[in-house]
Design a protein. Structure first.
Length: 661
């Protein structure tokens, strides 16, 4: 079986990584540290459990492609344009400063000029994979230092192509003219532009047609195909696979379906990027570390210190807070995954010696391992410092029309009849809201109605994070799928303990479970109809609206138990009895044909016959209080009667005209 060795290696990799990651989580270390340590443990220099490392490297490349694809989804073209000044300015400043410092250090240490320049280029790059994972785990992707860090990383990722094209210049044994390099660069740039144009024309239309079929399997397949297909096309045209995947994500980010794409691709990305981290650890030579421990430690310390400083200096012009600048520097103070690509190509060209390659590799792996610890230490050290506000958006731009509210808003999940009516009322009362629906036609309708709407599956936490469900004041779940409803309630309650979660359900059996999962109010459709009918009947019996409202609240507060049980409990019956026995005042219009017309109150003797009292009479707009026994009733009089509901109902029977035969 040709696939058996690969399958065996994957099984070994997972079996080895799971306990290591478990231990790391128990002691408070990020999972990626566990994956790196797993790679070191099962690599060729340690246990040597992996028989075909090249197969693992192929899977790792898929992980890098998926990682860059999701980064592209996070940064739309419009957003890149708005952040362009920061990306180019801070990114170029950080890379040039770091590269010059390390090239100078290497030159002073006796390295050849070409090798010193190459080391500066390698160390200047940081790890998008590590930083993205750390920021996501800490929910800091949208924090100020998270946005600035990712801006620098994007510049570095885009720079990998020109750096690779520059490598032949460092090989003194090869005669490569400037014209050859410029020609290759021009072809690569034209290919990139062509891919962007083609993808923007094709991918959105494909996604729209697939979504109309409402097949989740087909949708996931198209998502993966768009990522790997664009990456393959880029590689065929001489562009990096990672850059191709990034372009695909960037194009898809322009569609209204981007957040659902993220939700579908995340499990695959996490799986393959985990294999990538393991493959990085497998490259490490433990014998080299043992014999060059001092040099590796010095290089590691230099990487962390210098990159923290250069990163902080690079973003200082774009942030008013020194604390934010230091956090950015500490976040990117490691060597990146593309550094390994660059170093490996340089090793093959003979620009980087094997000993230097292992030294850089060792320091790089350990810098990745230490990044979460360095970032956490920097955050704790600077915790007491104030963080002035920072908005990377243009100062002249106001709130975008249709922008998702960020706090104190209502999230409506499901744009059916109930969701549509609620959204309209909220808009008319000025309460901000956002609609989430998995039906593209419903999203189109919501946007036509003037609402803020996001396409996505609300059972995915990524989609709920995008609509800021964690800061909403209320979350209304009005979808027809019971399983989806339960999952949404559980996720939203976990992320937002204070929000009011109001749920509509068609099934009585779901009520208790939804309350257990954290729902604040559960509105069952069948029972609400019964409650409404109950209220209308009470109105017909002249029961005041406040009393009716109190009874309806009693029924709802008891989770509709009175209506769901086979027989009403004694407590429920007593509650209704109390309503009917409570004294109240009603008005009664005496119609022509009433047996009371022309008779005196003494003759009617209402009080003796029913127990109710006539305390006032309104005639021709004038009130007559406490009418005497000889007061004669006329047609169109309005009688004000006092008594409990049973007494008043009996009195009305004496006053109503006889039925028309």
């Amino acid at each position: 079986m040709h696939g058996a060795p690969l399958l065996q290696d994957v099984v070994i990799l997972l079996l080895a990584s799971l306990p290591v990651v478990f231990v790391c989580q128990k002691v408070g270390l990020p999972a990626l540290v566990g994956f790196l340590l797993t790679g070191i443990a099962i690599g060729p220099s340690a246990a040597g459990l992996i028989h075909a490392p090249e197969n693992v490297e192929v899977l790792a490349e898929l992980g890098v492609a998926l990682l860059l694809f999701t980064i592209g989804l996070e940064f739309s073209l419009a957003r890149l344009a708005r952040l362009g000044r920061i990306i180019v300015g801070a990114g170029a400043l950080q890379m040039s400063a770091t590269g010059l410092v390390f090239a100078g250090i290497a030159a002073v240490a006796g390295y050849h000029v070409s090798e010193a320049v190459l080391l500066g280029m390698v160390v200047a790059l940081s790890s998008t994979a590590v930083v993205l994972k750390i920021l996501a785990d800490r929910a800091e992707l949208h924090a100020t230092h998270g946005q600035l860090s990712l801006s620098i990383l994007l510049f570095q990722d885009i720079s990998i192509l020109p750096l690779l094209l520059f490598l032949p210049f460092l090989d003194a044994s090869r005669q490569v003219g400037a014209g050859d390099v410029l020609e290759t660069l021009a072809v690569a740039l034209l290919a990139t532009a062509g891919i962007i144009v083609a993808a923007r024309r094709i991918l959105p239309a494909v996604f729209r047609q697939v979504l109309r079929l409402r097949s989740q399997e087909l949708f996931i397949g198209v998502v993966v195909l768009s990522c790997f297909g664009t990456a393959w096309l880029a590689a065929s045209l001489g562009v990096s696979i990672a850059i191709g995947a990034f372009i695909a994500g960037l194009v898809v980010s322009e569609s209204e379906y981007s957040h659902q794409v993220v939700a579908e691709i995340l499990p695959l990305r996490d799986l393959f990027s985990s294999i990538f981290f393991v493959s990085i650890g497998m490259l490490l030579d433990l014998d080299f570390i043992a014999t060059h421990a001092t040099q590796v430690a010095v290089l590691l310390a230099a990487i962390i210190v210098v990159k923290t400083l250069t990163g902080a200096v690079a973003v200082r012009p774009f942030s008013a807070s020194p604390r934010v600048a230091v956090l950015v520097g500490a976040t990117i103070a490691q060597v990146g995954e593309f550094s390994f690509v660059l170093a490996d190509e340089a090793r093959k060209l003979g620009v980087l010696m094997p000993e230097s390659f292992q030294g850089v590799l060792a320091a790089s792996v350990f810098s990745m391992v230490l990044t979460p610890l360095v970032g956490g230490a920097a955050s704790r050290f600077l915790r007491d410092y104030d963080v002035p506000g920072f908005d990377p958006e243009p100062a002249t731009g106001g709130d975008d029309e249709g922008a998702v509210p960020t706090k104190s808003h209502v999230v409506i999940i499901g744009y059916g009849l109930a969701g549509r009516n609620l959204a309209r009322v909220l808009r008319e009362t000025g309460i901000p809201s956002c609609i989430v629906d998995f039906d593209p036609e419903q999203i189109d309708q919501a946007e036509q109605d003037g609402h803020t709407a996001v396409y996505g599956d609300a059972t995915r936490s990524v989609v709920l994070r995008h609509v800021h469900a964690d800061t909403a004041v209320a979350i209304v779940v009005a979808v027809g799928d019971p399983a989806a409803t339960r999952r949404v309630v559980a996720i939203t309650r976990d992320s937002n303990p204070k929000a009011a979660i109001i749920v509509r359900t068609r099934y009585l059996s779901e009520i208790e479970e939804l309350y257990r999962l954290g729902a604040s109010e559960v509105v069952p459709e069948e029972l609400e109809t019964s409650v409404e009918m109950f209220a209308r009947v009470l109105e017909c019996l002249d029961i005041p609206k406040n009393v009716i409202g109190a009874q309806v609240e009693v029924i709802r507060a008891e989770n509709y138990a009175m209506l769901r049980e086979t027989g009403a409990s004694e407590r429920h019956l007593e509650s209704i009895y109390d309503v009917f026995m409570a004294a109240t005042t009603v008005t009664y219009l005496v119609r022509s044909g009433s047996p009371a017309v022309g008779h005196k109150l003494a003759e009617l003797d209402i009080r003796a016959k029913t127990g109710a009292s006539i305390v006032a009479v309104v005639r021709d707009g004038s009130a007559i209080t406490n009418p005497g026994a000889d007061f004669e009733i006329s047609s169109r009089d309005i009688l004000v009667m006092l008594g409990n509901h049973g007494e008043l109902a009996e009195s009305r029977g004496l006053l109503d005209p006889p039925a028309d035969p």
